[in-house]
Ligand binder design. Structure first.
Ligand code: ADP
Ligand code: MG
Length: 248
């Protein structure tokens, strides 16, 4: 088996023991694959990512990366196992410079840190330009680049992204999501949660729909994008059409 495949098998997890928020969820992600998790607000998408990232107790089931059981291992050990997460909020240190943020994240990399940092600056040239600037002074898109670079510095096998496009301008959404294919091509599996399904599904390989903390549907991302029923239920297509049809 590929040592980098994420295999989440029938997990239940939550914030309080005995009161799971997600139930019996199974998902997989392979290297170079972009997998998107979509679903209504409160469906448990962030809870699922946090469970995989070792931030919440797993009550049932297990999570493997290749042959390694990563259920319940601490986040610092997870980083060594090859898992990196970019949370939706507070994913950079705003009062520190871009350089300081990157150097801090580079400490998780066991190889040649200078080379790895140079590589990241080549992947995200804007971070090279803003190297000495305070992270808090960056634009929304630039901050997401910094958060991505920090996660990638450890050279993970699996990248977990919670709503990378949230709060960004349409141009920045395209810039940030547009980077994901080339990141995946370096051998990284990407598992991302996105509300912006119209932007995320076209660049994803597969997608899972969660509802009420459970797997609801899974399949090829392009097929899902064009499925009118799913469009109505989960993507607000009907509501959007209704708004468009209203007289102004
Ligand atoms: N820190 C928390 N403590 C307790 N319950 C939480 C916490 N965060 C989220 N929840 C609950 O878990 C459920 C799923 O939330 P979440 O995973 O954030 O949904 P999504 O990301 O799909 O919008 C919600 O009912 C929410 O109220
Ligand atoms: Mg969420």
């Amino acid at each position: 088996m590929n040592p980098q495949v994420l295999n989440v098998q029938s997990i239940s997890a939550g914030y309080v023991r005995g009161m799971p928020i997600i139930h019996d969820i199974s998902i997989t992600t392979e290297p170079e694959e972009i997998v998107c998790i979509i679903g209504p607000n409160g469906a448990g998408k962030s809870t699922l990512l946090k469970s995989i990232a070792g931030l919440l107790p797993i009550e049932q089931g297990h999570i493997r990366l290749g042959a390694t059981n990563i259920s319940g291992i601490r986040t610092d050990k997870l980083s060594r196992a090859g898992v990196a997460m970019v949370p939706q909020l507070n994913n950079i240190f705003r009062t520190m410079s871009v350089e300081q943020n990157l150097l801090l994240a580079a400490r998780r990399y066991t190889g040649n840190r200078r080379h790895r940092l140079q590589h990241m600056l080549a992947v995200f040239p804007v971070l090279d330009e803003k190297f000495k600037a305070k992270a808090g002074s960056l634009s929304g898109g630039q901050r997401q680049f910094l958060a991505l670079a920090m996660a990638l510095l450890a050279k993970p096998h699996l990248l977990l992204l919670d709503e990378p496009s949230a709060g960004l301008s349409p141009v920045a959404v395209d810039e940030v999501l547009g980077m994901l294919r080339s990141i995946a091509a370096e051998g990284v599996g990407i598992l991302m949660v996105e509300q912006n399904v119209r932007a995320a599904l076209p660049l994803s390989d597969r997608a899972y729909i969660l509802a009420d903390g459970r797997n609801q549907h899974e399949g090829d991302a392009q097929t899902m994008l064009n499925d009118p029923v799913l469009g109505e239920i989960y993507m607000g297509a009907r509501r959007a059409e209704a708004h468009a049809a209203k007289p102004v």
